[in-house]
Design a protein around this ligand. Sequence first.
Ligand SMILES: [Ca+2]
Length: 322
Amino acid sequence: MLKITRSLTGIAMGVTMALAMVASGLKAEEGQQSRIPAGFRLAPGAGPELYTNTGWAAAIIHEKSGIKLLYISAGTFTMGSPTTETDRDDDEIQHQVTIPQGFYLGETEVTQEQWEKVTGKNPSHFKNAGRTAPVEDVSWDDCQAFCQAAGSGLRLPLEAEWEYACRAGTTTALYSGDIKIIGVRNAPALDPIAWYGGNSGVTYEGGRDSSWWPEKQQDHQRAGTHPVGQKKPNPWGLYDMIGNVWEWCQDKFETYPVGPVTLAQPAGPAGREKDDGAARVLRGGGWGSGARGCRSANRGGGGPGDGYGIGVRVACSVPPVQ
Ligand SMILES: [Ca+2]
């Protein structure tokens, strides 16, 4: 159950760009009508989203991959962290962001099974974590190719969309509240919501923590990814936004603006420059991350060809409903 009242202002702004490629239809479900984007079906038990009366289904399943996505309503939020937040970084400059149009975002990270269904391959290091563990060792370029192959308008989320959805209306360091960092790893507030360094990372001899790849066989036994959706979801029903695997965003890693911004919507394939060497944004921390890297505002980056320990969560734009 969502606890946040989202802004309705974005809906009225309207976006008149041609969206013929994202055809929508109406399907009946338990007496209610929901709009479903082409290439998707209604998720079992889902009806229309209840917060902005667009008629878009609250949850949909991507036919080709089986990926489940949830409707994220338009709204305005404060991106970045307050200067009072423990262990924040200077690149988290607070600014207001308006997301003028609702969109869909994966309920979980893309799993190994879903990735293989589209590409025929499973590049993951942690295959022993199972088919429902997140795919990893996928580069930003790999993810672009995955989205193209998957079709139906699947794309990477924009960084602002990612943080908006992760915060789910919260303003604290974690969506479950303030973080209490004790040392590098031990943050009890994280344990119920995330697979991170404190419960799935590597501890070396002598107790020295590392957020890097396991180097010893005994580390492989206990470190790494876990099946998606096991930890408590955030207030909007999204799982593993924090931890398990780092997630690629579409954006290049850039300094935040100081003033308010409105995202250009719909977020489409623009900016898919390949092999330009510029760092892309990574979010959410992973199974080996320290607590400070798991804060909602924390930003990471990697080259578009890097894949080391990184996974992905997909998004999809839909046309505005007047
Ligand atoms: Ca994650």
